[in-house]
Design a protein around this ligand. Structure first.
Ligand SMILES: CC(C)(COP(=O)(O)OP(=O)(O)OC[C@H]1O[C@@H](n2cnc3c(N)ncnc32)[C@H](O)[C@@H]1OP(=O)(O)O)[C@@H](O)C(=O)NCCC(=O)NCCS
Length: 186
């Protein structure tokens, strides 16, 4: 159920801390997610292992390589807003050597499946820097549409930059993965 073709999503565990921190504080990862300063992931992980999507508004999971069991990164929905059935999406494949191999797209599809099929969301959105071509491509492949720009909104590396907004609606996702189907099986 939580399987894609290449990856599985599973709950995070406190024992994942070392795997997370191995690549979390690299500049090339931090600059792409807009959280540029280094810092421990311990407090976040302790929260993430306990967070209830409805009470705490977050669901964070580990991305695991199906064949080898390697820890690839983290993926999540946050600001889960019940009245609107809306959430914000985020994903990181931590080690740059594991990028552009299809893991991010596959993991994104599984998380969308969880969001739309299990949580009953109506809309999932994200923002990304315009120069993050790898992310934009992975998101388009997963079904997100580019819907707008927040102009000059994020101070990054010495200047204010635009953020691209992308979203996907439940009916759009259901065109590819209607009820009764899963990402791993299709
Ligand atoms: C964004 C991210 C999750 C995508 O995961 P991924 O496993 O690298 O993505 P995929 O391999 O599924 O897809 C990436 C696509 O971008 C393409 N790509 C890579 N570099 C590119 C570039 N410079 N220009 C255009 N396309 C590019 C790849 O070829 C691939 O497309 P293809 O399958 O059609 O060939 C991952 O790269 C990542 O974690 N990056 C660092 C953190 C980050 O940026 N997170 C998102 C913040 S919004």
């Amino acid at each position: 159920m939580y399987d894609g073709k290449l990856v599985s999503l599973r709950s995070l565990d406190l024992s994942d801390l070392d795997a997370i921190e191995e690549h979390w504080n690299t500049w090339e990862l931090r600059r792409s997610i807009g959280v540029p300063l280094p810092g421990s992931r311990r407090d976040w992980l302790e929260f993430a292992t306990k967070a209830d999507p409805w009470k705490d508004g977050e669901l964070n999971l580990a991305i695991i390589e199906k064949e080898t069991g390697e820890f690839l990164g983290t993926i999540g929905l946050r600001d889960i807003a019940l009245p609107h059935r809306r959430a914000e999406f985020g994903v990181s494949i931590h080690n740059h050597k594991n990028r552009s191999k299809g893991y991010g797209t596959d993991a994104t599809r599984v998380m969308l499946w969880i969001g739309f099929h299990l949580l009953g969301l109506q809309s999932i959105y994200l923002d990304t820097f315009l120069d993050n071509e790898e992310a934009r491509r992975a998101y388009v492949k997963s079904g997100f549409k580019e819907v707008g720009l927040l102009r000059s909104t994020e101070f990054r590396e010495g200047k204010f930059q635009d953020l691209l907004i992308m979203d996907i609606l439940r009916d759009e996702f259901f065109e590819s993965y209607p009820p009764g189907t899963t990402v791993g099986d299709s």
